[in-house]
Design a protein around this ligand. Structure first.
Ligand SMILES: C[S@@+](CC[C@H](N)C(=O)[O-])C[C@H]1O[C@@H](n2cnc3c(N)ncnc32)[C@H](O)[C@@H]1O
Length: 338
């Protein structure tokens, strides 16, 4: 997302003054990124939950962060090394005893793939990379973000991606699966500890969630790149969606709208990004299989009403904790019913 701002529009015929200004903006963003690098590494990777068996000394953390940073300049990447580092931090927290692979849906040229493969190398996990390798698919007319214009956009063929990952990542960790998500993801078998979905279209996000959520481990992560679009984020809060497809409450999303805190300045909303040209939406958002994004407090509702509209697990009252007031209210109701 961070790099995708200019993808749908070129800047030919832009007046010289504007081109100079945008060059200065780019320079400021780059300078901030470089100056913030040590703090970014410190804040994201100073994590006492990192599993000791990975032996992550500060030297190793710095090496990983430096390689990730460099890779996003060597391979044109549409997501930031900060987002990749945040995913690495969560991966490093997972005990090696938890069985599962990492999945990436939507790799474009392989910048995020190379970086995820480096993290996978440290934690000894396999990385499954799903993409059409032919760019965005033909769009579904119900998809708010697809159009005739987007078909084939962001095309990068498999050999080119492999070459990038071979040069800058850990290709021996990767399994590449070519095809449309709707065709390939139903065949995914191994349990998943973390997946990164950077897929640009609502229909594609649906295909990913529908097929991969059931394969997530109990505390498995889903990271998304489309966090600046509140309607993409809405999937993770939609009671209808989760009831319909999983008979569950929505999990919610950390970072909806402006991304998780990775040391970037980005206030949003995305539609007004032009008024803050040096803000850098270089983040990511995530949820986890065990999270809850379900609101169940309605002051005017009684317990049975709330139970009827959602799971409301917390509202099932323990009979041992009932007060004398509860009992006398129940007695009064029974009396009234007679
Ligand atoms: C924004 S790019 C990924 C960028 C990449 N993660 C990065 O950081 O540079 C989106 C990718 O999703 C793929 N894609 C989107 N929808 C798809 C679908 N339904 N099936 C297969 N690939 C799809 C496109 O081919 C494209 O490579």
């Amino acid at each position: 997302m961070s790099g995708s701002r200019s993808l749908f529009g070129g800047d030919e015929r832009v007046p010289l003054r504007d081109r100079i200004r945008s060059r200065i903006h780019r320079w400021i963003v780059r300078a901030h990124r470089a100056a913030a690098f040590p703090a970014t590494v410190l804040f994201i990777l100073y994590d006492t939950d990192i599993h000791p068996s990975y032996g992550m000394t500060w030297r190793k953390k710095l090496t990983l962060a430096r390689r990730m940073h460099r890779n996003t300049r060597r391979i044109r990447s549409l997501t930031s090394y900060k987002a990749h580092l945040a995913m690495a931090a969560k991966l490093l927290e997972i005990s090696p005893e938890v069985e599962g692979v990492v999945v990436e849906c939507g790799c474009y040229l392989g910048g995020s793939t190379a970086n995820l493969s480096l993290a996978c190398e440290i934690v000894s996990r396999e990385l499954y990379v799903y993409d059409s390798f032919e760019g965005l698919p033909a769009s579904d007319p119900r998809d708010k973000y697809g159009s005739e214009m987007t078909e084939g956009f962001l095309r990068a063929d498999l050999e080119r991606v492999k070459d990038n990952v071979r040069r800058f990542g850990a290709i021996e960790r990767c399994t590449f699966v070519k095809g449309l998500f709707a065709d390939t993801l139903p065949g995914h078998e191994p349990p998943i500890v973390l997946c990164f979905l950077d897929v640009d279209l609502q229909a594609s996000l649906h295909d990913c969630i529908r097929n991969l959520w059931p394969k997530l481990t109990d505390r498995g992560y889903v990271f998304i790149d489309e966090y600046v679009y509140t309607d993409f984020c809405a999937l993770f809060w939609s009671e209808r969606y989760w009831r319909e497809f999983f008979d569950a409450d929505p999990p919610g999303l950390i970072g909806a709208g402006s991304g998780i805190a990775v040391g970037s300045y980005y206030l949003g909303p995305w539609s007004e990004i032009g008024v803050t040209p040096i803000q850098d939406p270089a983040s990511v958002a995530y949820t986890r299989k065990d999270f809850s994004g379900f609101w169940n407090y309605y002051p005017d509702a009684n317990v049975s009403e709330v139970r009827a509209v959602g799971s409301a697990r917390e509202l099932v009252q323990d009979p041992d904790q009932r007060t004398a007031e509860d009992e006398s209210e129940d007695d009064a109701e029974r009396e009234a019913a007679r």
